[in-house]
Design a protein around this ligand. Structure first.
Ligand SMILES: [Zn+2]
Length: 233
């Protein structure tokens, strides 16, 4: 029996649609494939290697997410099957992490986290590709221009039509699950991150604060984090 179907699959937009005429059996097997695709994780491990670094020797694990982004986990010690693993969820910051920008404290926090986990029996830094709290590099630079004109971080993001924080935690939660980590101690000053991860099923046993001394360029940014974004600084 032939059936007429109109279904196409677009995972990035979570849309499913096939089109044309096909046998009923073929249609059913396509629907099963769609179900499988939707039950597969949003992110998967694709590579793993040793990573000697200036902080210590780590293992780096490469992940790919369904939207084509490449995330990674930098791991010290054995984390699989362990509880209360010190773990930082770090969102990519090109200007800070790579270029050493003083407009934010991202690089300081990244380096402090890597140094911290290297000194512990075990620990993880997840490096997520969500630049500028999820708005992308070009928009972050636009937001910087608005900040130069007098807006704070939150006001600038709103002026560009974004939330003050567009980061998502489903990818991080799935990475933690795939690494076999039972529970974490989150290295953060941001309680929203704890709630974000818990919402996706991560067991958070505690918080390890990161105290970074401000500089003359980022003190206002840090003040906004504290007063408007609920960071515990
Ligand atoms: Zn930054």
């Amino acid at each position: 029996m032939q059936v007429h179907v109109d279904v196409r699959v677009d995972l990035s937009n979570k849309r499913i649609r096939f089109r044309g005429r096909m046998a009923e059996s073929e249609c059913m097997s396509n629907l099963e494939n769609v179900q499988t695709m939707h039950s597969t994780p949003v992110v998967r491990i694709v590579a793993k290697a040793r990573l000697p670094s200036r902080f210590g020797t780590f293992t780096v694990v490469g992940f790919e997410s369904e939207d084509g982004k490449e995330h990674s986990a930098v791991i010290h010690g054995d984390v699989e099957g362990h509880s209360a693993v010190p773990l930082r969820v770090h969102s990519e910051c090109f200007t800070g992490d790579v270029m050493g920008s003083l407009r934010c404290d991202c690089r300081d926090q990244l380096e402090a986290s890597l140094g911290m986990i290297a000194g512990e029996e075990r620990g993880v830094v997840l490096y997520l590709r969500q630049e500028g709290r999820g708005i992308g590099l070009a928009n972050k630079i636009r937001a910087y221009a608005l900040q130069d004109a007098g807006l704070d971080t939150v006001q600038a993001n709103h002026a560009l039509g974004f939330q003050d924080d567009e980061r998502r935690y489903d990818v991080a939660a799935e990475m933690i699950r795939q690494l076999g980590i039972e529970s974490i101690q989150l290295i953060t000053n941001n309680p929203n991150k704890i709630a974000g991860l818990q919402a996706w099923g991560v067991k958070v046993d505690g918080r390890i604060p990161l105290k970074m001394p401000p500089n003359e360029f980022n003190w206002a940014y840090l003040q906004t984090k504290k007063s408007k974004s609920g960071h515990l600084l």
